[in-house]
Design a binder for this molecule. Structure first.
Ligand code: XIL
Length: 453
């Protein structure tokens, strides 16, 4: 019997290794024998760019494009269309329609087997029959002002598209609380808040009250308060009680406390409310609100909730205390975001923390900046489509929540030039769903597309 020694085994192993590595698809020398079709690029309402990878010794490619995934029919001109590069721009397609493509390489004059099939849906051109509120099974909200609800052009779009409103500023403390009179009673001005409440009532819209306590809207009297902490607290109690009571049955939900947590640190923001009322000021405020109206839904609201997990966890720990006392119904993620963050997964993960607590989820202040790093001077098509994709991500995540957790998804303003982003930051931006002429942007289509999938 023939003996094998170590040398034979060594050579056999080397041969085996060589054979295996030669058969790998990504071998740099040999290369793939069938082309790989990649995700479509530059997807628009009437076209897209099909792309694929090279095939070993390929001299050209044959592209098939079809409206059916089994390629039983072909688009005109796209049955084995011969192409010598790695992409094809397909144009003059229908909007909101599924297309499929695959390629073969030509090697020594012979076609390789088919690549994988890539599916792509062109973007939607929304007709008048498609409205935000019409497609959603949750409230779709918009931030409004007394001036804008009185403007017929705004009013028309508010009523057509939305079934919920939030006062952008008119129901904040500084808009309502105008000081103390000689006897120490709060001087109220209801002009602006009443205008918003009346508008919601007149048009049968859900009304989200925003916000009873926020460190950026503190009346001067409270910011420079000279009295005792107990007096400060009793003024805040009086304020919350009076406002919630006045709008009982008219306001459907309130942001009781807005933005209590500091960015990054995960600690409480050192607001005047913390200084005067203590670290449990939020619980006290929710108690005041709950005592004033046992039915209205009470929310905690904050920003960077999907990107800053330390901040989210700090907010959740406030909220867990409120849950323990049965003082809270929901949580608002403000969603002031950008075209390139947060990721869809980050939004999903953050929202899951609310679902596991049985809270109502409000995506409360959606706007999607496209120029946070000030790298563009005009609104490019590429940015516009990326913004549309991000809106679609947000709405898809929201729509996929369990029905019992869905409350409202609210946009922080109607048209680009209304947005607070332009006041807050020096550079231009285009963060909303409508342009300056009240025309629907691709971002609007992204919202609708998410609800149609
Ligand atoms: C903003 C308004 O949009 C601006 O008009 C105002 O000058 C400042 O406040 N988080 C909130 C909102 O909770 O109340 C803020 O609204 C935006 C950030």
């Amino acid at each position: 019997m023939k003996k094998y020694n170590f040398k034979h085994i060594y050579v056999a192993v080397l041969c085996l290794f060589f054979a295996v590595s030669c058969s790998e698809d990504n071998d740099p020398v040999i290369g793939p024998l069938v082309p790989k079709a990649n995700e479509a690029q530059d997807v628009k309402t009437t076209g897209f760019t099909a792309t694929w990878g090279r095939v070993f010794r390929g001299t050209a490619y044959q592209l098939d494009v079809s409206e059916t995934s089994d390629f039983s029919t072909f688009l005109d001109g796209y049955n084995s269309k011969e192409i010598t590069s790695f992409l094809a721009v397909i144009e003059e397609l229908d909007d909101n329609t599924n297309y499929y493509y695959r390629v073969r390489g030509i090697v020594d004059g012979v076609a390789t087997p088919n690549s994988n099939v890539v599916a792509v849906k062109t973007r939607l051109i929304p007709g008048d029959d498609l409205t935000l509120k019409g497609e959603a099974d949750f409230f779709v909200g918009v931030a409004v002002s007394p001036e804008r609800v009185a403007d017929p052009a705004h009013d028309e779009v508010y009523q057509r598209e939305f079934n919920s409103i939030t006062a952008e500023n008119a129901m904040k403390m500084r808009s309502i609380f105008k000081g103390l009179d000689a006897s120490g009673n709060i001087i109220y001005d209801w002009t602006e808040s009443d205008a918003i409440v009346d508008y919601a009532e007149d048009n049968g819209m859900n009304l989200h009250g925003h916000a009873l306590v926020w460190h950026e809207s503190v009346p001067d009297t409270l910011a420079n308060f000279g009295g005792s902490n107990a007096e400060f607290e009793s003024i805040v109690e009086d304020y919350i009680t009076t406002v919630v009571d006045r709008y009982e049955g008219k306001v459907d939900s309130w942001d009781v406390v807005n933005e209590a947590v500091e960015e990054g640190s995960g600690g409480l923001r050192a607001s005047v409310f913390v200084q005067k009322m203590g670290v449990d000021f939020a619980t006290k405020c929710f108690r005041f609100a709950r005592n004033a109206d046992p039915v209205v839904k009470l929310f905690y609201n904050d920003f960077n909730m999907t990107t800053d997990s330390a901040k989210r966890n700090a907010a959740l720990s406030i909220v867990d205390d409120l849950i323990a006392e049965d003082l809270i119904d929901g949580f608002g993620f403000q969603m002031h975001i950008s075209f390139n963050f947060p990721s869809k997964e980050e939004i999903e993960t953050a929202a899951a923390d609310l679902v596991s607590r049985n809270l109502l989820v409000h995506f409360s202040e959606l706007d999607v900046r496209v120029n946070a790093s000030a790298d563009i001077t005009e609104f490019t098509e590429e940015r516009s489509l990326a913004q549309s994709d991000k809106v679609r991500d947000v709405v898809e995540v929201y729509d996929a929540l369990p029905a019992a957790n869905k409350y409202a998804l609210s946009i922080w303003g109607l048209k680009d030039d209304d947005s607070w982003i332009l006041d807050r930051f020096p550079q231009d931006d285009w963060p909303l769903l409508f342009d300056e002429e009240f025309e629907k942007k691709p971002a609007f289509s992204g919202f609708i597309e998410a609800l149609q999938n």
